[in-house]
Design a protein around this ligand. Structure first.
Ligand code: DC
Length: 232
């Protein structure tokens, strides 16, 4: 008999490796993986391309008026087996990961109408369970009844170092100081915004991975997931 399927919500600060562990977990359990940050990033890219947001201005009203024109989907990359973000029919997986998008995404993610649209889509994606979803508000707002909730954190310095190496690897011309500033700034906006601020759900398990290897962290979380599935 197939095990009962559950919802696994993984929240936490930026660059804590949420998506790495969520992908590993989804693969091991044969669950669907949804990166909700990618959805907010794709809306941000749309707003940037339209000139609705830049360093100095943000025209929230124009973005809100356009929301019905913004379609975000995921498509499977057959080479690596991972889901990639598609904005209005265009694969934008690479572009949404740039520091330029990271610099604006928290402003866009603070807009209630944007959140409403994306949360509705996330509810649909999780309605049959068997899903690992990562983000900021999954355990608090999107799936408050998720069977397993994790809240991941690490020091800003550790997170910025990881993100800096990742961006460098991808050939981006960035400095460590810029990345650190972005990590700290996003933490601040994400956790102080009015709508669905980043916070740990009361029943989420906190994982500080500053001193854990990827393998140690994955093993720990996989055991938690298996125990939760068994007891559900
Ligand atoms: O996980 P990430 O760093 O790719 O997310 C990008 C931004 O999107 C993050 O700074 C906050 C926002 N976000 C959010 O507000 N709610 C989510 N569920 C996921 C991401």
């Amino acid at each position: 008999m197939k095990d009962k399927e559950i919802i696994i919500a993984i929240d936490g600060h930026s660059s804590t490796g949420k998506s790495t562990v969520a992908k590993q977990l989804a693969k091991a359990l044969q669950y669907i993986y949804v990166d909700t940050g990618a959805m907010y990033r794709a809306v941000t890219l749309y707003a940037m391309r339209k000139g609705y947001v830049d360093e100095f201005n943000f025209n929230q009203e124009k973005l809100e008026n356009d929301l019905s024109l913004v379609s975000i989907k995921f498509e499977l990359n057959k080479e690596n087996g991972l889901a990639e973000a598609v904005l209005n029919g265009e694969n934008v997986e690479r572009e949404i990961r740039t520091l330029a998008v990271s610099k604006h995404v928290s402003k866009i993610a603070a807009v209630s109408l944007v959140r409403k649209k994306l949360v509705e889509q996330q509810h649909q994606m999780g309605k049959d369970k068997g899903i690992v979803m990562d983000g900021r508000d999954i355990g608090t707002v999107v799936f408050p009844n998720a069977e397993l909730k994790l809240f991941m954190t690490a020091t800003a310095k550790d997170r910025a170092e990881r993100r800096f190496l990742e961006l460098k690897d991808r050939g981006e011309d960035v400095t460590y100081e810029d990345v650190l500033k972005n990590v700290v700034n996003r933490d601040h906006i994400d956790s102080t915004r009015k709508d669905s601020p980043l916070r740990k759900a009361g029943d989420a398990i906190k994982i500080d991975n500053s001193n854990l290897s990827l393998e140690q962290q994955f093993e720990q979380i996989l055991q938690l997931a298996k125990t939760t599935i068994r007891n559900s």
